[in-house]
Design a protein around this ligand. Structure first.
Ligand SMILES: [Zn+2]
Length: 507
């Protein structure tokens, strides 16, 4: 019996080992505390590569065994951090897999002085830089893979020596970050095929829509549908119109809007849950819902608050007959802690992500799809911006410039812009959509990357006082009893009178 058990255990272990042999390799991103935010951006980018399963760890808690065995190791250092311990250095020496040094450190040969770089060249194109500096180095690491320059003096930005790489500085934002994002394909030996996907979101649709606004929304939807563009609609189901004692206008209070949205879903449009009320203390649409931007801090009792709003919001969508397939945080402000909580409701999020719980001002725009972010979400990015009221022409120029930058840098971009239909209905969509297609982009449907809510959606009590109070049917029972009583009495009286009349004529 024991032998059979041992055999079964061995077989089971074998299945597990064989199973993991085909699974993603591990990628380990090590930070020194000061480089933790940089590590968060990197682990998010690594989520683009399904070939790897990435996680961060702090250098002083890292396991040397994990460092030796990981498929790829990134070690992120700042100039003033202590030299990694001997066990870490030995583990890095023993590695034969992909190893990437990033940041700047005396141990790596960084000198105190630095280059304020003004230009970077990648894939034959040059881009102006804004506020990016790298330390001067006392030695060369390898062959320059990407070069930057300071007043025409070339300096290496990314160097390569076999499967060991060096990234100078901390490229977390804008062009340097997008270049790193693309070079990761080379670093990780993951040559994704070139493919350009695009997405458009109709933004901030809410129960206050009526009249001309509603017509412009409908025109936008009809145009996108006629063009075969699989569009998305970021909707929040509660509109709060005042500070102080707010009253909530709900989706179901607005049948003409609901009619448009239900039809739009049937036309293939995707509803995105754009928060529940798109506000915290403010008027809907103006406020962030899941971060206190005035204090630049967490909302008190943030988890209980978050779950209450999610449950209520999802119920209102269900009551309205709409089917959100993914989430988008109002103003993209949602701390890492709530990004993790969100995975209980949706697997996919749209837009940019906060990368630190310190401040909402630090967020990451992604150049391509992230299949698994640090907190476990699929991210459909947005990096092109939107058409601003009173600056429409300039907005279109900016969107196309950013699109061209993205296209020049990234081999498999996922480009997205968003649009408030009330700005001018389909007018600017007619201008932008063909120009995006001309650049070789194919529009993708957000629902292909999302799915139904992961929780059972049930009725929950309102959070705010409702603008139109719903009267329960039981309230009508006395009226019902009274009216039916009167009808019965009336009928009896009528029959009696008729009988009396008949009897009268018989005589
Ligand atoms: Zn790729």
């Amino acid at each position: 019996m024991k032998r059979i058990f041992a055999l079964a255990t061995a077989l089971f272990a074998n299945v597990i080992i064989c199973g993991t042999a085909f699974a993603a390799q591990s990628a380990l991103v090590l930070h020194d505390g000061m480089t933790e935010t940089f590590a968060n951006t990197l682990v998010n980018l690594l989520g683009h590569f399904r070939e790897y399963d990435a996680r961060t760890a702090s250098l002083d808690q890292a396991d040397p065994g994990d460092i030796i065995s990981a498929g790829a190791v990134f070690i992120l250092l700042s100039y003033d951090s202590p030299v990694p311990g001997e066990d870490i250095r030995n583990a890095l020496e023993k590695r034969s897999g992909i190893t990437v040094f990033a940041g700047e450190h005396r141990w790596l040969g960084a000198l105190p002085s630095q280059y304020e770089c003004d230009l970077v060249t990648y894939r034959g194109k040059s881009f102006w830089l804004d506020d990016f500096s790298i330390k001067k180095m006392s030695k060369t690491f390898g062959k320059t893979f990407v070069a930057m320059s300071q007043s025409s003096e070339a300096v290496p930005f990314i160097e390569r020596e076999g499967n060991r790489w060096m990234i100078h500085g901390a490229p977390m934002f804008e062009v340097p970050a997008w270049i790193l994002a693309d070079v990761l394909h080379d670093i990780l030996e993951a040559p994704h095929s070139p493919k350009r996907l695009a997405m458009v979101r109709l933004e901030d649709i809410n129960p206050s829509y009526s009249g001309e606004r509603l017509k412009r929304l409908k025109d936008s939807i009809d145009f996108l549908y006629s063009e075969g563009v699989p569009f998305s609609m970021a909707v929040f189901p509660v509109f709060i119109n005042a500070k102080g004692a707010p009253r909530a206008l709900l989706l179901i209070d607005n049948p003409p809007l609901l009619d448009v949205l239900i039809k739009a879903e049937r036309m293939g449009g995707t509803v995105i849950m754009h928060g529940t009320s798109h506000q915290y203390h403010q008027v809907s649409g103006e406020g962030s819902e899941f971060w206190d931007v005035d204090a630049d801090d967490f909302i008190p009792e943030e988890k209980a608050y978050f779950h209450e709003r999610m449950r209520y919001g999802l119920w209102l969508f269900k009551e309205a007959g709409l089917h959100p397939k993914l989430f988008e945080a109002p103003h993209y402000n949602m701390p890492l802690s709530l990004q993790r909580e969100l995975t209980q409701y949706f697997g996919t999020i749209a837009g940019s992500l906060m990368i630190s719980d310190e401040s909402y001002t630090i967020s990451q725009d992604f150049p391509y799809i992230i299949y698994k972010s640090r907190e476990g979400l699929t991210v459909l990015p947005e990096q092109l911006g939107y058409i601003a009221t009173d600056a429409e022409k300039m907005s279109i120029i900016t969107i196309l410039e950013r699109l061209d930058t993205l296209t020049s840098i990234v081999r498999d971009p996922f480009a997205c812009f968003f649009y408030h239909p009330y700005v001018a209905g389909d007018l600017y969509l007619r201008e932008l959509i063909p120009q995006i297609r001309d650049r070789g982009f194919e529009f993708a449907g957000a629902k292909d990357y999302g799915g139904d809510p992961l929780v059972e959606v049930v009725e929950v009590p309102p959070i705010w006082q409702l603008a139109f109070t719903k009267v329960p049917l039981t309230r009508f029972i006395p009226l019902f009893v009274g009216v039916s009583g009167a009808i019965v009495l009336g009928a009896i009286y009528f029959r009696q009178t008729r009988r009396k009349k008949r009897e009268m004529f018989r005589e």
